[in-house]
Design a binder for this molecule. Structure first.
Ligand code: ADP
Length: 515
């Protein structure tokens, strides 16, 4: 473990920060309810393990703590086993270690009674009734590793509501423990719509008293919110794009948390997620028939052929010239499918082919299936989750549509740019931050954006893109601009490190002030 040794006053902060980013090794404890390759329901799993391994590559020591679910299987090396008490009950908890990358390890928390189940959070659309206990135990188990000296972090970084009690326990149950005194806590919101709400009756079972059930604590409209817990008890709150950090201060995007976020705005930062540039690399992607790169885009045509074949479309000179617009998405409210629904009969008039991969709410699955049956030349749909096909779509499509109502970060717009596929996005959250909108006068830009959440605006952006597509030179410039952009985790992880160090220095100054 390693608190930075520099003791410079606040005035020298930026100089010392740069030096520490360059030379110091931090120890970071991450707590997350899902992480690749152990369990995944969404982007959080990718982000938590990518951030952890990117920090490791930058030279920091990272321990990522996550549950061992049934889907995880039995992997790793046992490092400890003990009984942990929570709310007067005793749980048999095992800790299993597995290397994730350089200087990065995962510690899986085994508690079969709570985690060895078919779902991560619930089954068939309903949450497990004991989720408050399950994720309180995850938080406790992670902090026990610190208390017992198994890991000595300078930063504890918790993700989303499931890890929201981590900073609470660090500042209550463990507050007097010497290992916790210098610690700083960071909490990242990946999607503010998921708030971890429970009846206040759960509090005694979580070893928490009514002193934390306050308006500036965990209380949210007479419920306990684990998300609010994470926000109010951590030293810094981050979210996954700068634009989303601004949006969640507003009623439109705050899901009732806008007031809470406004109160914490001086402790809130937006840091855009990176993408896994190894897994998403058109030069080495095993799902593609032929590699390609910004230096040699010719292989992209082979992916387009494969994409047309996969969706049962004819492969001919004419069809290869026709623009293909890809979509890969959870088919849910957030992702803008009500706009598609309003515009569905206009899509075939655009002169493009839509290829859609997704699964989700039955109403949107039915909408796409009906559209594909009605307009088979213009709309093709695959309902399901298919990782390999998602790579072929990213590589083979000419454009990629993301009309999200809101999008904290979003990954597909970045995958698209890396594959020379021009994104068409609603300018919200990470879509707005990651995509540079096309400028007609200069020809600059990496994609097309629309502002108003209306089908009219979406159709206008689609038409703009299709018009520019006809100008092969301009189109190529846009493709190359997107492909050359650095979306790697190294950039984002460095931004987190800067924030960690800033907090550590401030904490150290507080402790010096106290002593
Ligand atoms: P969210 O986490 O809100 O679903 P993101 O864009 O952040 O959205 O991440 C979703 C990830 O899951 C992306 O990598 C996307 O390609 C992938 N994905 C979503 N649906 C499917 C699907 N049906 N098949 C394959 N991959 C999918």
């Amino acid at each position: 473990m390693s608190l930075p040794s520099d003791r410079s006053p606040a005035g020298d902060l930026s100089t010392s920060l740069n030096r520490e980013v360059a030379g110091q090794q931090l120890s970071v404890l991450m707590v997350t309810s899902e992480a690749v390759p152990f369990a995944k329901t969404g982007g959080l799993a990718d982000v938590s393990s990518s951030l952890a391994t990117a920090l490791g590559r930058l030279g920091h020591e990272v321990t990522l703590v996550t549950p061992r679910y049934r889907v995880t299987g039995s992997i790793g090396t046992p490092i400890a086993r003990s009984s942990l008490s929570l709310g007067g009950r005793s749980y048999d908890v095992g800790f299993v270690e597995r290397t994730l990358g350089a200087r990065t390890r995962a510690v899986l928390v085994e508690c079969d009674e709570l985690f060895d189940r078919d779902g991560l959070y619930g089954l068939a659309g309903s949450d497990y009734a004991d989720n408050a206990t399950r994720f309180a135990l995850l938080a406790r188990a992670a902090l026990e590793l610190v208390a017992r000296g198994e890991v000595c972090p300078s930063v504890v970084h918790a993700h989303d509501w499931q890890a929201g009690l981590v900073p609470v326990y660090a500042r209550t149950l463990y507050a007097r423990h010497p290992r916790f005194e210098p610690l700083v806590t960071v909490f990242t919101i990946h999607n503010i719509a998921y708030q971890g709400l429970f009846s206040p009756d759960v509090l005694p079972g979580l070893d928490l008293g009514l002193d934390v059930y306050t308006v500036d604590g965990l209380e949210f409209w007479r419920q306990v919110s684990f998300l609010k817990a994470g926000i109010n008890f951590s030293d810094l709150v981050t979210t996954v794009s700068e634009r989303y950090a601004r949006e969640i201060l507003t009623q439109e995007f705050g899901f009732g948390f806008e007031g809470i976020m406004r109160a914490r705005r001086h402790h809130l930062r937006g840091i855009l997620n990176g993408i896994d540039v190894e897994q998403w690399n058109p030069e080495r992607d095993r799902c593609l028939p032929k590699p390609f790169s910004a230096r040699d885009l010719e292989g992209k045509q082979a992916s387009k052929r494969k994409l047309l074949e996969e969706f049962g479309l004819p492969v001919s000179e004419a069809s290869l010239q026709t623009p293909v617009i890809g979509m890969i998405s959870r088919l849910v409210y957030q992702k803008g499918f009500d706009l598609i629904e309003q515009a569905i009969d206009r899509l075939p008039e655009l002169g493009a082919v839509f290829v859609v991969l997704g699964t989700g709410e039955s109403q949107y699955e039915a909408m796409w299936q009906a559209a594909a049956a009605k307009y088979p030349q213009a709309i093709r749909v695959r309902i399901g989750y298919d990782e390999a096909l998602s790579h072929v779509i990213e590589a083979g499509a000419d454009m990629f549509l993301m009309p999200s109502r809101y999008e904290p970060c979003g990954l597909n717009q970045m995958y698209s740019m890396r594959y020379g596929t021009v994104p068409i996005v609603r300018s919200t959250g990470g879509l707005d931050d990651a995509v540079e909108g096309y400028d007609e006068r200069t020809g600059r830009g990496t994609g097309f954006k629309f502002k108003d959440y209306t089908s009219v605006s979406m159709l206008a952006a689609l038409r703009d893109a299709l018009r520019v597509f006809k100008d092969a030179d301009r189109w190529r410039e846009m493709q190359l601009a997107g492909m050359k952009h650095d979306h790697s985790w190294a950039v984002s992880a460095s931004a987190y490190v800067r924030e960690y160090i800033r907090l550590i220095q401030r904490r150290r100054q507080e402790l010096i002030g106290d002593s």
